[in-house]
Design a binder for this molecule. Structure first.
Ligand SMILES: Nc1nc2c(c(=O)[nH]1)N[C@H]1C(S)=C(S)[C@@H](COP(=O)(O)OP(=O)(O)OC[C@H]3O[C@@H](n4cnc5c(=O)[nH]c(N)nc54)[C@H](O)[C@@H]3O)O[C@H]1N2
Ligand SMILES: Nc1nc2c(c(=O)[nH]1)N[C@H]1C(S)=C(S)[C@@H](COP(=O)(O)OP(=O)(O)OC[C@H]3O[C@@H](n4cnc5c(=O)[nH]c(N)nc54)[C@H](O)[C@@H]3O)O[C@H]1N2
Ligand code: SF4
Ligand SMILES: [Mo]
Length: 568
């Protein structure tokens, strides 16, 4: 089928798409099951940037490329930062790394997303191999732990229809209506919950002696109070999971904290104790490594600056691609200050946003329908080809931009097709005709872990400080209307009605980092000690801290408490 492609977005599902020139439709077979989410159903309605501009004057794409090479040639290599986000998750996005790294510019590392949780997985298991979808399909019980499937991974829903569902989330998300049990925990208490579960399950599933001792240091009643659940509720959970094939489906919600790595590791320890690794219908799903078993021809070991708190002010030129750091990085006030003195801010993207608004040079990208690409997923093992499906006058592809710059600056670059073939070589055709990434384990960790001695490495101590901060918890999950800051962005703060605000009322939400004015929507699906502002809402990151997680160099979006007051 030559009109088959895949959704380019940063999303678990990485859906396969059939395009008939007018409409995008979900591929009827496989995990996509014939449906797409609202982002792709309305994809062609969103206004993309059509014309490049320099200092707010419209220019042609040739002039934009000239300008870009002029900017680069007037900057020393160590004065250039290449900041690339995940607005498009396909593999050819990385081709620009090849140019910038070869030129000697600084690239980024760190994570705005899943880095803390991944660090915990790597410490415990030695690698990040995700529980594959067919195994989730075989399970009896599915625990959604800090994951909101209706919004962020709706293609899981058809495969878990008949299962016993447990939800661990401070919000009563949509999946709760189908759940046997919802533990509406206080935010940032998952580590205690996982450890208590390990302790209670020890009689049935004996665990590592030292780790059991660590779980015994928790005082049961106090800990349950800290988590915000009752003894009966945890008892119910124990009963539901004993002797069952259990899939623990984690999301990024559990790990937007300094000790996010430890949280993930205690959940893994629980899974190990219940013998969930390497067993059919069991396991832990998180954001797997989408590049597992794929070598990038673009990866270079080069200077890097953290995506979480880059000091833009050190650079004369900042080239931003597929990202909206002025909204999505934590501590927006710091980001604005740090970027305000940069001489050349270049934005290479699809949509107008806070970052395009402050850019000197704006270069429109082409959408996935108008370029050749290939992608993999952090949730499943399919590799999807994404051929160019139609022509378009606007914008430039990542390959074209890189190839132009490489030619200008005497850097070698291969044909686009060579890179695409390189990636395709890491795939294998399965019985059903689908391409999968070759070499991924169907039952991860069946033959032990990838640690030095093949054994799981348990957490040795609990570093979490008692949750004594004053104020309301800020939760900033993903919205059904937007993909982070793309598409229809949310504009409200959601609060529990017991706080006494009126719908539509304007409030100031503040934390130690800053504040934001938003209109209120009451929602009693929240705990009364939580305030919800969706990712992508303008100003949400005025409230968040620029610090790194203790492990994983990840952003910490949910640690500072907030206060809500009426605007006068
Ligand atoms: N529609 C839509 N889909 C998306 C995205 C989007 O923006 N919009 N973004 C994509 C991206 S980049 C990512 S990384 C994924 C992430 O997708 P998910 O992993 O689902 O992440 P979140 O929506 O951030 O949070 C999931 C749940 O965690 C809960 N939560 C918050 N704090 C805690 C806590 O302390 N403990 C527990 N147990 N739960 C908590 C939240 O209430 C929320 O319901 O989604 C992808 N898919
Ligand atoms: N408070 C709070 N902040 C968060 C989060 C949170 O949960 N709470 N989530 C974090 C997470 S998980 C993530 S992953 C980050 C995401 O943060 P970003 O990576 O900055 O993602 P987006 O907001 O989706 O913006 C991506 C931009 O990419 C551009 N783009 C899209 N497609 C293409 C393309 O094909 N080519 C080019 N060149 N550009 C393209 C679009 O113009 C879009 O504006 O945000 C993080 N920020
Ligand atoms: S569910 Fe995710 S992968 Fe599927 S169409 Fe929507 S954004 Fe794309
Ligand atoms: Mo993400």
């Amino acid at each position: 089928m030559n009109n088959k492609t895949a959704c380019p977005l940063d999303c678990y599902d990485a859906c396969e798409i059939v395009y008939d020139g007018g409409k995008l439709k979900g591929y009827s077979k496989g995990h996509t099951a014939g449906f797409l989410c609202p982002h792709l159903n309305h994809y062609t309605n969103y206004q993309t940037i059509k014309t490049p501009r320099y200092k707010n004057q419209e220019i042609t794409i040739d002039e934009a490329m000239n300008k870009l090479s002029e900017i680069i040639s007037h900057s020393y290599n160590d004065e250039i930062l290449h900041y690339r986000g995940h607005g498009n998750f396909s593999l050819m996005q990385e081709v620009t790394d090849h140019f910038f790294a070869s030129y000697g510019a600084t690239l980024t590392d760190g994570s705005l997303c899943d880095g803390a949780g991944e660090a915990g997985i790597l410490e415990g298991r030695g690698s990040n191999k995700n529980m594959p979808l067919p195994e989730i399909e075989k399970s009896d019980v599915v625990i959604f732990w800090g994951r909101n499937p209706h919004t962020t991974s709706s293609h899981l829903l058809p495969i878990i229809k008949d299962k016993k569902i447990i939800v661990i989330d401070p919000i009563e998300t949509q999946i709760v209506k189908d759940a046997y049990l919802h533990l509406q925990v206080k935010p940032h208490t998952d580590m205690y919950l996982a450890m208590l579960l390990s302790r209670f399950l020890h009689i049935v599933y004996p665990t590592d002696k030292e780790y059991y001792e660590l779980t015994q240091t928790l005082m049961v009643d106090q800990t349950l109070e800290k988590i915000g659940i009752s003894k009966n509720e945890i008892g119910e959970m124990v009963e539901l999971i004993i002797n069952q094939r259990v899939a623990i489906v984690c999301g990024v919600g559990i790990q937007k904290y300094s000790d996010g790595a430890d949280v993930m590791r205690t959940i893994d320890a629980l899974a190990l104790q219940m013998n969930l690794f390497g067993r059919e219908g069991c396991g832990v799903a998180y954001l797997g490594n989408s590049r597992e078993h794929i070598d990038s021809p673009f990866y270079t070991d080069t200077k890097r600056e953290s995506k979480v708190n880059s000091d833009f002010s050190k650079y004369k030129t900042v080239f931003i691609q597929g990202a909206n750091p002025l909204s999505q990085m934590p501590d927006s006030t710091r980001v604005q200050e740090s970027i305000s003195n940069v001489e050349n801010i270049v934005y290479f993207g699809l949509y107008e946003n806070e970052t395009s608004e402050c850019a000197d040079l704006v270069i429109p990208a082409k959408t996935f329908l108008h370029k050749n690409d290939i992608r993999t997923s952090y949730s499943h093992n399919i590799m999807s080809h994404m051929p160019k499906l139609e022509g378009n006058e606007n914008g430039i592809t990542e390959y074209e931009l890189s190839s132009y710059l490489c030619n200008e600056f005497g850097i070698d670059i291969k044909e686009e097709e060579t890179y695409l073939k390189h990636f395709k070589n890491f795939s294998v055709t399965m019985m059903d005709g689908e391409l999968h990434v070759e070499g991924r384990e169907e039952l991860p960790y069946q033959n032990g872990f990838d640690t030095k001695d093949g054994k799981f490495v348990f957490l040795k101590e609990v570093n979490q400080k008692p949750n004594e901060k004053e104020g309301l918890h800020l939760i900033t999950p993903k919205s059904a209307k937007s993909l982070n800051s793309q598409f229809n962005r949310e504009t409200h703060v959601y609060v529990h009605s017991s706080l006494g605000f009126r719908d539509g009322e304007k409030v100031i939400v503040s934390s130690v980092n800053g504040n934001v004015e938003l209109h209120v929507k009451n929602n009693d699906k929240l705990r009364d000690d939580c305030v919800l502002i969706y990712s992508g809402t303008r100003g949400v990151n005025n409230l968040t801290s620029p610090k790194h997680s203790l492990e994983g160099k990840s952003a910490v979006y949910q640690e500072d408490r907030v206060e809500v007051i009426k605007c006068t």
